[in-house]
Design a protein around this ligand. Structure first.
Ligand code: GLV
Ligand code: GLV
Length: 325
């Protein structure tokens, strides 16, 4: 039997590559950059399985170029870069990497929360510039965390993990989600509220929704005005959930106290003005960039691809209904 031909659009941790190489012919984008669209469409031709990144659009054009592909495994939990409906129509299984990056992403949300609230990056800049004149009682005063109210927007795996980690800080937890998370309510006394109530009552808001038509620009000028002026917004989900230009205005005007961002509306760019603000901490979409999360993602894409090329159900398939046809 011919060995399945696999293409990986960006170098990933070795574990998954080795897993694939045991039974498949594996080719990897040799560049340390995303492929251009033309390069991508050329490279995916004739492959049995493809591992994609969140920077690759998996749409009708992609699936045409990859005609005959037995499955596409996204190296991310978010899959807004994939047209699931189109792939399902064509009977092509897709997968993502849920579970393995839950804690890493929740930890990143906390890292951003503390960094912005206690002005860590701003202070670090002053220290490195040799501009610290010495201790003073009014220097770099930031917000408090312990006992403050945490609002979770989207209480799925990552949102719930973020909430659970608040236990050490005795924070009342509010959440909004289409679904009730009874486990979270039992564990933390978390309270499910309407979005508007969460906006008005939270001292920290952490966003964990997938990017969907209904979550695009969930946060804009109107929502920032409904938040406390002392509140902080943390986003480790997807950039377009926030209207970034309006966030810049809100941060400038003092509508909210600060923001910690890992994702951007127009990645890899930031909107004008964001980088000039001291009350925002910006990370380069590294929520899942921990050793164990990236290894887990590498393993999981390989396991999904191996199942796909064997014609068996992929472990974290996004469109399992194709197997029922
Ligand atoms: C990263 O953003 C992911 O969706 O895994
Ligand atoms: C992400 O996959 C989540 O469920 O929060």
């Amino acid at each position: 039997m011919n060995r399945p031909k696999i293409y990986i659009t960006r170098l990933i941790p070795q574990f998954g590559i080795d897993l694939l190489k045991a039974t498949c012919d594996v080719e990897i984008n040799p560049h340390d950059r995303p492929l251009t669209r033309q390069e991508l469409l050329a490279q995916i031709k004739g492959r049995d399985g493809i591992v994609t990144m969140l920077t690759d659009k998996v749409d009708a054009e992609f699936l045409d170029a990859a005609a005959g592909v037995k499955g596409v495994a996204n190296f991310a939990v978010g899959f807004d870069n994939m047209d699931v409906k189109e792939a399902t129509k064509r009977g092509v299984p897709l997968s993502n990497t849920p579970g393995v990056l839950t804690n890493a992403t929740a930890e990143m949300a906390w890292a951003l929360l503390f960094a912005v609230c206690r002005r860590v990056v701003e202070s670090d800049g002053v220290m490195r510039a040799g501009q610290w004149p010495g201790w003073a009682p009014l220097q770099f005063i930031g917000g408090d965390v312990t006992g403050k109210t945490l609002g979770i927007v989207g209480a799925g795996r990552i949102g719930a993990a973020m909430a659970r980690k608040s236990r050490g800080f005795d924070m009342p937890v509010l959440y909004c989600d289409a679904d009730q998370n009874e486990k979270l309510e039992q564990e933390l006394d978390a309270k499910k509220v309407e979005f508007e109530e969460l906006l008005a009552a939270s001292d920290f808001i952490s966003v964990h929704v997938p990017l969907l038509p209904e979550t695009r620009h969930l946060f804009g000028a109107k929502q920032f005005k409904m938040m406390k002026k002392t509140a902080y917004l943390i986003n480790t989900s997807r950039g377009p959930v926030i209207n970034e230009a309006e966030l810049v205005d809100a941060l400038k005007n003092g509508d909210i106290a600060g923001a910690g961002l890992d994702v951007y509306e127009f990645e890899p760019k930031m909107v004008d003005g964001l980088k000039d603000l001291n009350n925002v901490v910006v990370a380069p979409h590294t929520g899942s960039a921990s050793v164990s999360a990236r290894e887990g993602m590498s393993r999981l894409v390989a396991e999904n691809i191996l199942a796909m090329v064997a014609g068996t159900p992929a472990p974290t398939c996004l469109n399992p209904e194709i197997y029922k046809k």
